[in-house]
Ligand binder design. Structure first.
Ligand code: AMP
Ligand code: GLY
Length: 418
């Protein structure tokens, strides 16, 4: 089989790495990929947003299966266009991708299908949103969410009414996230521990992937601004068998029933961002893609060949059993100094011979320049360690990240620490 993976971050390196271990696969292409994906496949210089060029490439190269990493091409209709010409794609149609592409749509879907989520109000003009804030119904803290995709920046946590007002002004008035801010969701603030639950589904049946938890804040002790994720652990602490069945019955199955009732075609992954509260698990958001850095702990924990599952899902007929490894996986992200704000690029990356054989290095924002590996993004790379328990997995991951150097490299020292 010839497989094309779309995207070029850490998630895509982890995906390519897992797909490359399949005996069914003769060749992996990654568009645009990164130096890590080039180690396990062949990079193609096409950006993930260039749907015309991707389609042409897939047709010309007889690609048997395309696996889409990021959400934007899905929201833009990549899967619809590929399927229209008979190409198999792992990733939802545009109508399925709206579950991530519009928070308003996602909230309405959840209310309609009885999926536990924070109480919320939706507004399509600033004046009404501000009027609501001055009413008795408004309680702080509250969360202001831009409706559309905002590169993970469209969620503003507001301690008081004044900051909620200015958040509404940022999102709707100033349109800081463009037309993503044409509508806004004002949402109840939920208290608890977060967990990332992924499933693969063809819209009818599903398999649950290893659970994970990511660490979103830039600094130790969950301090500082939010990032895309500074590290992750799988399984997710606190998600035991009994909670997982509550999540399956109360959330996943209601979600699948909702897809059926609303006739939403869905062939891909759903990543439920959950808040585990004292009143049970609540859905914060749906993503229609694998998490990053969750992928860097999820794929290493899957024993079975993932390709039959991806391919049968793309064909709309999910089959294949998922066998998991009993081990724990921990990944630690190395980021550029200044991230998630401004940072320098082009800094030379050195990997010392002490890098442990048992650790896996996943590239994200790296590139080759004149034969040298250099930084090219905020989150530069991640190192995953596996072990029989969290301590052992942490120890491998940290030995690995300690063997990597670039000027100003930042990483958290408390990933997966109890
Ligand atoms: P989202 O993109 O909706 O997952 O939001 C990004 C992050 O904001 C989440 O991972 C949470 O840390 C936080 N968040 C979102 N919604 C809420 C909420 N209702 N209550 C508390 N925190 C939230
Ligand atoms: N790590 C969170 C995400 O991928 O959205």
């Amino acid at each position: 089989m010839k497989v094309l993976v779309v995207g070029g971050g850490g998630r895509e390196h982890a995906l390519c790495w897992k797909i490359a271990s399949s005996e069914l696969v003769s060749h992996i292409f990654c568009a645009p990929g990164n130096p890590g994906t080039a180690e396990v496949g062949e990079n193609v210089p096409i950006e993930a947003g260039n749907l015309d060029a991707l389609l042409e490439f897939a047709l010309e190269n007889d690609i048997d299966l395309t696996v889409v990493g990021p959400e934007q091409p899905l929201v833009d209709g990549l899967a619809d266009r590929f399927r229209a010409v008979g190409l198999a794609v792992f990733g939802p149609s545009r109508t399925g991708a709206i579950l991530e592409g519009s928070k308003v749509f996602a909230k309405e879907f959840m209310f309609r299908h009885g999926i536990p989520t924070a109480a919320s109000h939706t507004f399509d003009n600033q004046e009404d949103a501000l009027t609501f804030l001055s009413s008795d119904d408004a309680e702080v803290p509250l969360v202001v969410k831009a409706d559309g995709l905002a590169a993970g920046k469209g969620v503003l946590l507001c301690e008081d009414l004044k900051s909620a007002e200015s958040a509404i002004e940022t999102v709707m008035g100033k349109r800081a996230f463009g037309e993503a801010g044409a509508r806004v969701v004002l949402e109840e603030f939920l208290v608890g521990v977060e967990a990332s639950i992924h499933i693969i589904t063809d819209g009818k049946s599903y398999v649950v992937l290893p659970t994970a938890k990511d660490h979103k804040k830039i600094f130790d002790g969950e301090k500082g601004p939010n990032t895309g994720g500074m590290g992750a652990v799988s399984p997710a602490p606190g998600v035991n068998e009994s909670l997982l069945s509550t999540i399956e019955y109360g959330i996943i199955q209601s979600f699948i029933n909702g897809l059926r009732q609303d006739e939403i075609e869905f062939r891909g992954t759903v990543f439920f961002g959950l808040m585990l509260t004292k009143n049970g698990p609540f859905v914060l958001e749906f993503n229609v893609r694998f998490g990053d850095p969750e992928s860097q702990v999820i794929f290493p924990r899957i024993e079975s060949d993932i390709v039959p599952i991806l391919a049968s899902t793309a064909a709309g007929n999910l089959s294949g059993k998922l066998v998991l490894k009993e081990e724990v996986a921990v990944t630690v992200v190395g980021a550029s100094a200044g991230y998630p704000g401004a940072y320098r690029k082009g800094l030379s990356i050195r990997i010392s011979p002490d890098f442990p054989d048992s650790a896996t290095l996943f590239h994200a924002g790296t590139k080759m320049a004149d034969g040298n590996l250099v930084t090219a993004g905020g989150r530069v790379l991640a190192v995953t360690g596996m072990g029989r328990d969290v301590e052992q997995a942490r120890s491998v991951a940290y030995h690995g990240i300690d063997a990597v150097r670039f000027d100003g490299m930042v990483y958290r020292s408390d990933i997966a620490k109890a």
